[in-house]
Structure formats: structure tokens, C-alpha cells
Design a protein around this ligand. Structure first.
Ligand SMILES: Cc1ncc(COP(=O)(O)O)c(C=O)c1O
Length: 427
């Protein structure tokens, strides 16, 4: 069978609109609430707080702003109000997920702190509890952990929360990718976005529901919610004029964006079911290949299956090299690699993506500490001794894995073609 390129591009994960979004946006327009206040924001905050199971939600311009203010709150909790012209984390370390989007960890730098990257485990592709425990042994004074649930798969929260509790540390939960995913915590099912001390979600255009952009901070603390709302609207003090005692930001959600989100919320369950069906179809369709899907703990978690990913078995990898900008591979019968598959998908007008490149390997963060279950993973080889090879799970998953087209508008027939394209890469 000859495969023809898709006429309409198959996206990795694009916005899926339903109609109500336009109604609520128009409502903002017609009532002239074209602002960072209005009924759509109030509704979206109330509905999301209730869905996630938190008392308060603060609508923000994006997930990154939510993460920034969460990071700043955590910084002030432990280290107090910063000195003028300094971030709250000056000279402080923060433990952070390594395989994540850089928006999880950049706020640590905004606040003048140093992210220390914690290696990944193979069961969920998230922060390794063993590596985190090791990190506390090495840097016992650390008080803040930023944790992401990669591709919508919950991390091992039971273990991670217990480790943090033991060390008196708080968790900034980055649930940007995982809205709708659930986790069994102490025998009780909880939504991601309610599992940390400071919780953040994103409504970016590629997320499971979207406002075109937008983000949210979720908490049970009225004081924290009020503070985030204040900071997000330029930190105005109670005075007749613009009076400021702390640095402010223009981070509040727009009422127009909130209108889109308000129209999307009723479709969240539908999107979750579509994403799960896509994952299951890949799992079945790829089962005879030397690959596995992105894994999850079926007993303790229900992912939102935001992105379906695959990992090529080590023995089925053809040779592939990557520098900071390019990738090359040597094609080999019976084998393949992410570069070959991504390039082939692109040729057929379908969008996949490499696994998020680990933060410790990013040029901007290459000088930061990186901790695996064995300890500090920098400078561990020796020109004069064979010290063996340390396992860096994040880099391994980055090298062998890829994100598959996971758009919920992709039809089963289109997905069958994608599966066939992937199979041919291994021929
Ligand atoms: C893990 C993670 N954290 C944070 C963000 C940032 O969210 P936003 O794009 O809404 O700022 C994203 C995605 O965009 C993400 O995937």
C-alpha cells in the first residue's frame, strides 16, 4: 500500500473548540467586560477550584505566571521578603523535575535561585523518589521542590510527599500538562493540581482544554490566593493612588480568555476520553514492534493521556546522534530511532515531537547540579579509572523516546496510517 501525505496536517495536540467558547467570549464583548475582571473569570475560577478539589483558584495569564508566583510564595515562606532588587531565592537551591518543559523551572531563576535537577524514574517518567531522597542527603537545607507530571502521567506523589514532609520541604506542583489526571493518595483519589502545597495548571493552546492561553494557581489557603491575586495585578496597596510596597506583575487572566476556558470546561471529560482512546489505539497498534508506550501506575493513577509517547527498546535503536541543534541517524533494517520516525511523520504531514530534553542538559542549565539515585551525576568519570557508566534515565528516555501525534481530532483511520508509517520505519 502506498501511503500519501495527509492533506490536513495531523497535529501533536491542537485546540479543539465546540461553540460555547464563542458565546462566552461574545458575552464579555457585549457587556464590555473586555478586561482582567468579569463574570467569565469568576466562573472559571469557581468551576476549576471545584473540579480540582481546592478551595481557591486564581486565574492568571499563563501557567508560567502561576508557577512564578507559586515559586515566589514558597520563597517568601521560607526566606522572607527579599531585599530590594533581589529575588526571594537569592543563594538558595530548589529541587526540580529534570524532564519537563523549561517553564517549570525558569521561575526559580526569575527569583535568583538555583534549580538542582533530580533524575527521572522509568515507571512514570517523572521525578525519581530515590534521587530526591539522595538530593536531600546532599543538600539537606533545601526546602522547595518543583515537580511536573510529564505528559499528564502523575508522578509517584505518595513517596515524594513523604520525603518532602520528612525534610520539611514544600511542593510546587506543576500540573500544566496533567489537568484531569488523578492519583490515589492515602487511599483517596485526588486530582493533579491538588497534590502540592502550591499548585499550578495551564490553559496553553496545546493543553487538554485551552483558553488560547491562560493559567491558574490553586490553593486551600485564602491568604496565598489573596497574595497571588494582588501580585498578579501590580501589587497595589490600599491607597487612593497607585501605591506599591512590593514588586508587582501584570499576570491576571483576561475575561475574554476566561470565556474560552468557560466554554471548554464542559468538554474536559470528552477530551480525556478521546486522549485515552488514542493512547490505547497506539498501544494495540504498536504492540508487535520493539517499543513500549509511556508508562503509568495503573493501580495508583489515572493519567489524562495528554500526549501518547513511545520508547524504542535499546536493541532496536539504529545509530542516532544529536548536537544542540541537529540530529542525524543511520538507517538500519529492523531498527529505528526517534529522529527517523519524526522525520518520516513530518514527510507525511504529521507532527510528532522529541521527548522534552532534560533540563540538566540544556545549555542554560548545564552548570547546575544534577542528582541521580547514586548521587551527584556531574564529574563522575575519571580519565585514569574505569568508573563504569552512570544511568541518567532522563537522557536515556530523551534518546529513545518520542511524542506521537496525539490530537483529539485525529480519526481512528488517520491514526491507523500513523501506526503503519511507524511500522515501516522499522522495516
Ligand atoms: C510542564 C509545563 N509547565 C509549564 C508550562 C507553561 O504553561 P504556559 O504555556 O501556560 O505558560 C507548560 C506548557 O506550556 C508545561 O508543559
Amino acid at each position: 500500500m502506498t501511503i500519501k501525505p495527509f492533506e490536513k496536517k495531523i497535529w501533536l495536540s491542537s485546540p479543539t473548540m465546540h461553540g460555547e467558547e464563542a458565546k462566552y467570549m461574545m458575552e464579555a464583548y457585549e457587556t464590555n467586560w473586555m478586561s482582567t475582571a468579569g463574570q467569565n473569570i469568576n466562573e472559571v475560577e469557581a468551576q476549576m477550584a471545584s473540579y480540582v478539589g481546592m478551595k481557591y483558584a486564581v486565574g492568571l495569564s499563563c501557567g508560567t505566571s502561576a508557577l512564578h508566583l507559586a515559586t515566589k510564595l514558597a520563597g517568601e515562606k521560607f526566606y522572607g521578603m527579599p531585599r530590594p532588587m533581589q529575588g526571594t531565592l537569592q543563594g538558595k537551591r530548589v529541587f526540580a523535575s529534570d524532564v519537563t518543559f523549561d517553564a517549570s523551572v525558569n521561575p526559580v531563576a526569575y527569583e535568583d535561585g538555583e534549580a538542582v535537577f533530580i533524575d527521572t524514574e522509568y515507571d512514570t517518567w517523572n521525578m525519581s523518589p530515590e534521587a530526591l531522597e539522595k538530593a536531600f542527603e546532599i543538600y539537606p537545607d533545601t526546602k522547595i521542590v518543583v515537580l511536573a507530571h510529564l505528559y499528564g502521567t502523575p508522578a509517584k506523589m505518595q513517596e515524594i510527599r513523604e520525603i518532602c514532609k520528612k525534610h520539611g520541604a514544600v511542593i510546587i506542583e506543576d500540573a500544566a500538562e496533567s489537568l484531569g489526571a488523578r492519583y490515589l493518595l492515602n487511599g483517596e483519589w485526588k486530582e493533579t493540581g491538588s497534590l502540592g502545597d502550591y499548585n499550578c495548571i495551564s490553559f496553553n493552546g496545546n493543553k487538554i482544554i485551552t483558553g488560547s492561553c491562560g493559567g491558574m494557581f490553586l490553593t486551600d489557603s485564602k491568604e496565598d490566593a489573596d497574595k497571588v491575586r494582588k501580585w498578579s495585578t501590580q501589587s497595589r496597596e490600599n491607597a487612593p493612588w497607585y501605591q506599591h510596597e512590593e514588586i508587582g506583575y501584570n499576570y491576571r487572566m483576561s475575561n475574554v480568555v476566561a470565556g474560552v476556558i468557560r466554554g471548554q470546561i464542559p468538554h474536559l471529560e470528552e477530551h480525556l476520553a478521546q486522549k485515552r482512546a488514542i493512547y490505547e489505539r497506539y498501544k494495540e497498534g504498536l504492540k508487535d514492534l520493539p517499543v513500549t508506550m509511556n508508562p503509568y501506575d495503573a493501580e495508583r493513577s489515572v493519567p489524562n493521556f495528554w500526549l501518547s509517547c513511545m520508547l524504542i527498546n535499546e536493541e532496536a535503536m539504529c545509530r542516532q546522534v544529536r548536537d544542540d541543534q541537529h540530529a542525524l541517524y543511520i538507517s538500519e533494517a529492523g531498527k529505528s530511532c526517534p529522529t527517523e520516525i519524526l522525520e518520516t511523520l513530518a514527510k507525511y504531514n504529521a507532527e510528532g515531537r522529541p521527548i522534552w530534553k532534560p533540563m540538566h542538559a540544556q545549555p542554560i542549565y548545564r552548570s547546575h547540579a544534577f542528582i541521580t539515585a547514586d548521587g551527584i551525576a556531574r564529574g563522575i568519570s575519571n580519565a585514569y579509572l574505569d568508573t563504569g557508566r552512570s544511568i541518567d534515565a532522563g537522557t536515556d528516555i530523551f534518546n529513545r523516546g518520542l511524542c506521537l501525534p496525539s490530537d483529539n481530532k485525529m480519526t481512528p483511520e488517520e491514526q491507523d496510517v500513523i501506526i503503519e508509517i511507524i511500522k515501516r520505519c522499522f522495516m
